[in-house]
Design a protein around this ligand. Sequence first.
Ligand code: HEC
Ligand code: HEC
Ligand code: HEC
Ligand code: HEC
Ligand code: HEC
Length: 444
Amino acid sequence: MMIQPWGKKMMGLVVGGILLTATSLAASDGIQIDQFISPDTCQGCHSEIFDQWETSLHHLSHKDPVYSRVAQFLRKGLTDAGEIDEAESCVKCHTPVGYVTGFPQKVSDDLSKTPEIATQGIQCDYCHSAVAIKQLHNNGLVLKPGQGEDDPGIKYGPFDDCEPDFHDAQYSQLHTSSKICGTCHNVKHVAFGTDLETTYTEWEASAYNSTDPAKKIECQGCHMYQRPGIPATGSTPRPENPGSATDYSDERPHIFTHYFVGGNAVVPGKFGGQAKHQMAIERLQNAATLSVDTSRINRKILKITVANTGAGHSIPTGVADLRQVWLEITIQDKAKKTLFQSGVLDANRELPKAAVIFRTVFGDGNGNAVINLAKARQVLKDNRIKANQRVTQTIDLPVVPGKDAVVTVRLLYRSMSQKVLNLLPGEPFEPFPVVVMAKAQCRI
Ligand code: HEC
Ligand code: HEC
Ligand code: HEC
Ligand code: HEC
Ligand code: HEC
């Protein structure tokens, strides 16, 4: 439905400064589904923001076929109660409006009965009803939505001076802080407490979380400044985005964009988000740099340094057990004959064992690697590149390349390994694209 700008005006609560009492902070419990307002209604006035969000992974979090197939895969064949609890917990973040209002509670619920509004994933009225956080992991947002369209309540955001006609508005420090993102972008195993995703913690420990306000960059400072052609990373300009928050309100110096682009160049494209596919590539291409040191090549040693110059967290982050970031190394002699290679995908698009991959590997508690994160009782390995960090890899070569040989190194990214893709139930996905994050080449 479309709402016109002459919607009703709520009196009394417009000016900020409302003190939330302890009881109102506990509001997440007992919320009814019809308290939430559909994003289609918000679109009536905030059309540009809606268009940006529509093909984002936040909107797609419930419908994302990669997510749902991984969820089915993890759930299969489990018998341990703690492992089952974890495998059932996904809807908490991926279908949050449904979860907080009672259905679904588990991945194995009949998801075809999910209320339509909840299938719209992480949506406008979810984030803009947030008033506090109870924990910085596993979706610890405390919500205070209104009572549906007849009484939309307060929408919390970055402005302290707006008087919308449809809903009330209030400045919220929480919305300007990385913490609102951290409530979901930190995932802990519900039974074993293993850190499964740590994006917020990685950012918190980085120089971007500076005590100097001039140097501090919140998640929003990169991810809600990006727009086509402006990747807005730590190594590229992040200019303000002047514009209007609605189709009819006054211009402001900066309107936070709602594209929410990360490294995923696959899923938004499947839902008509071609521009987002390109924006993910632009983001990845401005995240890291590569350099090659051949000074010890006569002793069969090649040194490669990767620097995380653009991400406010590790590369890769998020589901870092699934994402693949790796070094592809090729050395060719004068006649273009290959003398050495590493990290080159084979005919089945799988990576050879010896490749240098930056990632997290989970273990079963006894030191054995597990693919199913429901079984993750420990972090076995984490060699990802932290924010602002440089990592130097020493590669032992089998031969001394002769004079004029050419060394080519590429830092590559794909959203998931082919090995895991092949394990997923159902029709096989098309191969995921490989994005070149950085490239370096030198002649010996
Ligand atoms: C994942 C949470 C999230 C979702 C989903 C979300 N927003 Fe926002 N929105 C924010 C945050 C955070 C800010 C403020 C950023 C800051 O101040 O650093 C914001 C800012 C805004 C603003 C103020 C103007 C601006 O953009 O700066 C409006 C209006 C707004 N959002 C409307 C919407 C609408 C409409 C939707 C759905 C189409 C939506 N939001 C979806 C988190 C979200
Ligand atoms: C009838 C038009 C209309 C509709 C429908 C509407 N808004 Fe707004 N909204 C506005 C106007 C006008 C502003 C003020 C813009 C400004 O001052 O720049 C605003 C401001 C906001 C802000 C900023 C609040 C602040 O203090 O920072 C948020 C957040 C927001 N809207 C969220 C939503 C959400 C979520 C929905 C859907 C549930 C929605 N709006 C539906 C007109 C509307
Ligand atoms: C200084 C800029 C910057 C800041 C601050 C920042 N990011 Fe990122 N983010 C990036 C870049 C660049 C990438 C692409 C490289 C990568 O995947 O790590 C990215 C990727 C991501 C991804 C996709 C991960 C993947 O590897 O597929 C997620 C999710 C994400 N960011 C969330 C966040 C959250 C949440 C915060 C705040 C806690 C945050 N980011 C802070 C720049 C930033
Ligand atoms: C309610 C939980 C929740 C909140 C709050 C939240 N996110 Fe997300 N976010 C998710 C989920 C779940 C996904 C992945 C959906 C999928 O891929 O199926 C995601 C995806 C993303 C991606 C895309 C990652 C990629 O691989 O391309 C970015 C970027 C991102 N979020 C940034 C943010 C930022 C910035 C904030 C704070 C303003 C935020 N998120 C708040 C749950 C949340
Ligand atoms: C605490 C919140 C939270 C919970 C619970 C959660 N996720 Fe996520 N999930 C996220 C966030 C945030 C991202 C985005 C990170 C990224 O893109 O790397 C994400 C991304 C994903 C992706 C990547 C999607 C893509 O298109 O590449 C998959 C797959 C996924 N989650 C599966 C699951 C499964 C299966 C479960 C349950 C076992 C689960 N998640 C539980 C927050 C959560």
